[in-house]
Design a protein around this ligand. Structure first.
Ligand code: FAD
Length: 387
């Protein structure tokens, strides 16, 4: 089996590593120590990264992006995450929706939204499904129960749609210029049959964000409540078909979101291993057998995750659509990254001090607990395995 990277993949990897070391690492701990969750964000780092292509990396070349393959995507996400996984995720959140624009949007929608996205270094994208009473059941719906799942209502009025409701935990919620928003267009049927996705520009009257959530980890990443009060959108902003919303996220974009989180977790593991090695050398702990065993476990788990992430990237480039690995790697990434971060903290000792680097890595990996990687995600993966 050939693990060698080609010249383009190596170039993106080096560019990401350099940017992570020189620009992200110096500000990472300072940003996350800011108490107000709104102010942890820094536009300068987004603009700098955007100018290097990290925001628009996956937009296909024929539409003006860089069109990097999945192997390169894994390399870039993990390199950026090695310095700060929340900043890495802010960039790759735009990738998830660039994939969706490429796969599910009409030429008119691409003209109206992809063109400004490509031209503006501060154009971020978000996607909104979760609501105060609808999280896991948007992903794994109970059979034939119209009460389950999101409720944000969209009602047709001539050529327009009127949207009313709330969303919560939405990534890039306070900073994105465009959202893919999931709505209920028929509340009488189960979610899969009555759900429609719209493109919602931030500037639309009636739309605003409210609270930004004060998270334990990924503090840079802006998760916000979204409020829609009589938001009017043209029919031309429907993504895919009316009542076919979930179809627009199947395979391509859902796979990307599992793969993205696994590649990001790998960067966290690399950071923890690097940090533990440095500490052990500095403090002369290398001769202690307990520390040696801890380091060996961290290294072994991280390399196993790397092999799995790169295998999945290769499968996605080869369009092996039936593989269950893309969901399973996400589950593995959650367990591995949490274990590796805790081992790093154990080695450092000194008691879980707020905003120490080892503390940040543990809090950042805790985020995977209720991301797409909870037990419901596991059920989804097993279902795919048994198909
Ligand atoms: C950092 C972060 C970023 C996020 N970004 C976004 C975003 O950009 N857009 C968005 O729409 N959402 C986003 N979310 C929300 C995320 O998708 C939800 O948190 C997730 O779907 C879980 O939903 P919930 O928190 O409501 O938990 P719940 O659905 O209430 O689940 C609570 C617990 O019950 C378990 N459970 C639920 N149903 C079942 C079942 N049928 N069988 C067994 N166990 C079950 C779950 O596994 C979980 O352990 C984000 C969350 C975080 C933390």
């Amino acid at each position: 089996m050939d693990f060698e990277l080609n010249a383009e993949q190596r170039a993106w990897q080096s560019k990401a590593r350099e940017f992570a070391e020189e620009e992200i690492r110096p500000l990472s701990l300072a940003r996350e120590a800011v108490a107000d969750p709104v102010k942890t964000f820094d536009w300068e780092i987004i603009k700098k990264g955007s100018r290097l292509g990290f925001r628009t990396a996956v937009v296909p070349r024929e539409w003006g992006g860089h069109g990097i393959d999945y192997v390169t995507q894994a390399l870039v996400m993990s390199e950026l995450a090695r310095a700060d996984s929340a900043i890495s995720k802010t960039f790759s959140q735009c990738w998830k929706f660039s994939h969706r624009i490429a796969r599910a949007c009409t030429p008119d929608q691409r003209d109206r939204f992809l063109t400004p996205f490509l031209e503006d270094d501060t154009f971020l994208i978000g996607g909104a499904s979760t609501e105060p009473n609808a999280g896991s059941d948007n992903r794994l719906q109970p059979e034939n129960d119209p009460r389950a799942g999101l409720k944000l209502r969209a009602e047709r009025q001539g050529d327009d749609w009127l949207l009313n409701g709330d969303k919560c935990f939405i990534a890039n919620g306070s900073v994105a210029k465009l959202f893919f928003i999931s709505t209920r267009t028929n509340p009488e049927v189960k979610l899969r049959e009555g759900n429609t996705v719209f493109l919602l520009p931030r500037s639309t009257p009636g739309f605003r964000h409210a609270k930004v959530f004060n998270k334990a980890g990924w503090r840079f990443y802006q998760n916000a409540e979204l409020i829609l009060e009589n938001v009017r959108l043209p029919h031309a902003n429907v993504v895919g078909e009316v009542n076919g919303g979930l179809k627009t996220r199947t395979r391509g974009s859902l796979d990307f979101s599992d793969f993205e989180l696994a590649a990001n977790a790998l960067g966290n593991c690399d950071a923890a291993v690097g940090s533990a090695m440095q500490y052990v050398r500095q403090d002369g702990l290398a001769s202690q057998q307990r520390v040696q065993l801890q380091l060996a476990e961290m290294h072994m788990l991280t390399e196993a995750l790397r092999a799995y992430v790169m295998r999945v990237a290769w499968e996605m480039d080869a369009q092996m659509r039936e593989s269950a690995n893309v969901g399973l790697v996400m589950n593995f990434a959650r367990d591995v990254s949490q274990r590796v971060a805790v081992l790093n903290m154990e080695i450092h000792g000194g008691g879980a001090q707020m905003h120490a680097h080892s503390d940040k890595l543990v809090r950042d990996t805790i985020i995977w607990t209720h991301l797409a990687g909870d037990s419901v995600q596991r059920m989804k993966s097993v279902r795919r395995l048994l198909r």
